[in-house]
Design a protein around this ligand. Structure first.
Ligand code: NAD
Length: 424
């Protein structure tokens, strides 16, 4: 079967519109009953609240916050929490929808959720950040739980924030509950292998993509947009595990290019000392826009939403686009890349290593028994390979692009769970 529905071209950069469009296309191809489609294209429930925080100078600030539980038919909802000044409710909703699809693509017994607090963590002291984190958990404690909804870190939240939140939850409920949150420090029930899991999972999918495309990645080039958790570990592991040459990397301040390949330890150290990759010696400065259009074998968008659009998709030269970021490619760009023969590894597959190891963390917390790092890597590898071929087989059979194939797989799995529960 070929694609009957093409994305409507809409002039928007609202990720929720894109997420709903992706669900619509999969639902149409699967001929989903109307009620199931309706349930899946909007969140099951949302919490909107305000968090008052006593600031160090004695004043009180009030921060708007959200938790969106998109769908929990397959299990407790799962998804990260962002602290960001530009966070919007619709972005949180879109990310919650993608989490629902992501856990289903990975065949994890989980649903999807996302949280956000509108704040600028760079302007908060550690004590203010702690009070904000505890305030978020106080507002949410009676609406989440290890068997209900489990948050995790995302942009500008980290293991320390998770530790404060876990402690607050345990104070409120009066019992130990490490499974309430993932991405915790190791001494509080975190999992080995969580820190590089997103990049590592993505690298495993690139390895498999190269096999089906018959490309030998050794010595081939890569470019990475974004140099945070996902992007910097992608640099390290593309070199270490695939033998690739990373020729360009960037962050919010700009990028650097060296056709001979960039040394991970040195670039990482430069960013740690100066706050940016920019200014790394003996490299040519490059803009974020130029980086995306470089003639490389693999392009890793690892920063933001909507960076590959109808405007620049024609100029993408990479053979493989490995989406470590959530939502970097618009539906219009998807069609263009598909026509050009670019192999896109969609976000809900490519960056699913993070939630997969978060799930492993929940399993270990429930066992109260912890695995060695090699065991985490091996189990992650198995899950990524299984999901990669489940998506690839649908793409090949139906002659659709990988994102639509992943959406078809995920939407069908969530639909089956809703049907078995008798919801639809
Ligand atoms: P992070 O906060 O650690 O890093 C973000 C990076 O993006 C920083 O280097 C920042 O400088 C850069 N950046 C910001 N604005 C930019 C711009 N305009 N141009 C270029 N670079 C810019 O965040 P992260 O955890 O690495 O997440 C990055 C992306 O990966 C996000 O879309 C996130 O949702 C997604 N993701 C992360 C994880 C995870 O486990 N960390 C899991 C799944 C998906």
């Amino acid at each position: 079967m070929t694609v009957r529905s093409k994305p409507r071209i809409v002039q928007t950069d609202n990720p929720l519109v894109f997420a709903q469009q992706q669900i619509d296309m999969a639902a149409e191809l699967l001929q989903l009953p109307k009620a199931a489609h309706k349930l899946l294209r909007d969140p099951l429930r949302e919490l909107h609240f305000q968090i008052p925080v006593k600031m160090d100078n004695g004043t009180t600030e009030v921060f708007p916050a959200y938790r969106v539980q998109w769908n929990d038919a397959r299990g407790p909802s799962k998804g990260g929490l962002r602290f960001h000044p530009k966070e919007t409710l619709d972005t949180v909703r879109a990310l919650a929808a993608w989490m629902t699809l992501k856990t289903a693509v990975m065949d994890l017994p989980l649903g999807g959720a996302k949280g956000g607090v509108i704040c600028n963590p760079k302007e908060l002291s550690q004590t203010e950040l702690e009070r904000l984190s505890r305030g978020y958990m106080r507002a949410l404690a009676h609406h989440i739980g290890p068997e209900v909804d489990v948050p995790a870190p995302d942009v500008y939240t980290n293991p320390q924030v998770m530790a404060w939140m876990m402690d607050e939850y345990e104070v409120i409920t009066g019992h130990r509950a490490p499974g309430i949150i993932t991405g915790k420090p190791l001494d509080l029930g975190g999992s080995k292998g969580r820190s590089d899991a997103t990049a590592r999972g993505g690298i495993y999918t690139v390895r498999e993509a190269a096999k089906v495309l018959n490309i030998d990645l050794k010595g081939k080039t890569a470019a990475i947009q974004g140099y945070g958790n996902a992007g910097s570990f992608a640099h390290k592991l593309a070199v270490e595990l695939l033998g690739m040459k990373v020729v360009a990397v960037s962050d919010s301040k700009g990028g650097i290019y060296d056709p001979e390949g960039l040394n991970y330890e040195q670039v990482f150290d430069h960013k740690r000392r100066t706050g940016s990759v920019v200014g790394f010696p003996d490299t040519r400065p490059i803009s974020n826009e130029e980086l995306l259009e470089l003639d490389v074998t693999v392009l890793f968008p690892a920063a933001l939403e909507n960076v590959i659009t109808g405007e620049n998709a024609h100029r993408i030269q990479a053979k493989i686009v490995a989406e470590l970021a959530n939502g970097p490619t618009t539906p219009e760009a998807d069609e263009i890349l598909f026509q050009k023969g670019v192999f896109v590894i969609p976000d809900i597959l490519c960056n699913a290593g993070g939630v997969t190891v978060s799930y492993f963390e929940q399993v270990q917390d429930a066992y109260n028994f912890y695995w060695k790092e090699e065991e985490v890597h091996q189990r992650l590898d198995e899950k990524m390979v299984e999901a990669f071929y489940a998506v690839h087989n649908i793409a090949t059979e139906r002659q659709v692009h990988n994102r639509l194939a992943a959406d078809i797989l995920a939407v069908d799995r969530v639909y089956q769970a809703m049907k078995h529960r008798g919801w639809v």
